[in-house]
Design a protein around this ligand. Structure first.
Ligand SMILES: NC(=O)c1ccc[n+]([C@@H]2O[C@H](COP(=O)([O-])OP(=O)(O)OC[C@H]3O[C@@H](n4cnc5c(N)ncnc54)[C@H](OP(=O)(O)O)[C@@H]3O)[C@@H](O)[C@H]2O)c1
Length: 238
């Protein structure tokens, strides 16, 4: 049975960092949160700690690099609920010179950051059209817009997703589907090596601040949509 009264929010990359923070922030609004990542144990820990203050979340382990897993996850969610919002947040990096990236690393970054998000979008679009609208929020990166050394494959994955979603937005305007691209700079999460976090963590943005912004972006109403928002630490890029 569909529970249309609660907003259904599907967050990928929910086991850590920005996605994890978003799970807490959305759950506190009373939304129905579907949390996906590969590590089911980490998602379950989040669920346990939220149960103390809230009804909990739905844990749906899913590797976004697998179209089959993405499709199955969307089927599970939509069998009982609407997907009002998809947050495409799952992501990995490889900070190396281009020639030093292995083929495996190249495939993993593109398959997760670009194709994973494309698979999730392709899978939710028919449901969003049928339910009369929806919101798709993508965690891009300033690396899609500014040149950083040792980031070529990561930059390609994020610039690819930016181009894909900017084109998609034009296709879905008539269906009440909002496409919001969030373009963050350095944020203190486990995506950074521990030495970097120890040395530069105090100059980075906090995942919780981005989590709260995602809730705000989703909840903005009226006649407008924030199509793209660039976020940087106050002191600038690292
Ligand atoms: N931190 C920054 O400075 C920064 C800046 C700009 C943009 N971003 C972007 O923000 C997003 C979140 O990153 P974060 O900083 O929060 O890093 P993080 O703490 O490492 O979180 C990454 C999340 O993605 C999940 N993930 C990775 N591969 C996956 C896969 N194949 N399928 C499903 N989930 C997968 C991880 O969970 P599992 O390992 O459990 O699968 C984890 O939950 C990423 O897209 C990243 O590129 C981060």
């Amino acid at each position: 049975m569909i529970e249309p009264t609660k907003q259904g929010i599907w967050i990928t990359g929910a086991s850590s960092g920005i996605g994890r923070a978003a799970v807490f922030e959305f759950a506190r609004t009373g939304a129905k949160v579907f949390a996906s990542a590969r590590r089911a144990d980490e998602l379950q820990k989040i669920n346990e700690s939220l149960k103390n203050e809230h009804a909990g979340i739905d844990v749906l382990p899913c590797n976004v690099a697998s179209y089959q897993e993405v499709e199955q996850t969307v089927k599970k969610i939509t069998s009982a609920h609407n997907i009002n919002c998809l947050i495409n947040n799952a992501g990995i990096t490889s900070f190396k010179r281009a020639e030093n990236n292995s083929i495996q690393e190249i495939n993993d970054v593109i398959n997760t950051n670009l194709l994973g998000a494309v698979y999730a979008i392709k899978s939710v679009l028919p449901y969003m059209k049928e339910q009369g609208g929806g919101t798709i929020i993508n965690t891009i990166s300033v690396a899609a817009k500014k040149i950083f050394l040792n980031s070529s494959i990561y930059a390609a994955s994020k610039a690819g997703l930016l181009a894909y979603t900017n084109s998609l937005r034009e296709e879905v305007r008539g269906y009440n589907i909002k496409i919001i691209n969030v373009v963050p700079g350095a944020t203190e999460t486990p995506i950074w090596r521990e030495e970097v976090r120890n040395e530069k963590g105090d100059k980075m943005m906090k995942a919780e601040d981005i989590g709260r912004l995602l809730v705000w972006l989703y909840n903005q109403d009226g006649s407008m949509v924030t199509e793209e928002i660039v976020l940087r630490p106050i002191t600038g890029d690292l």
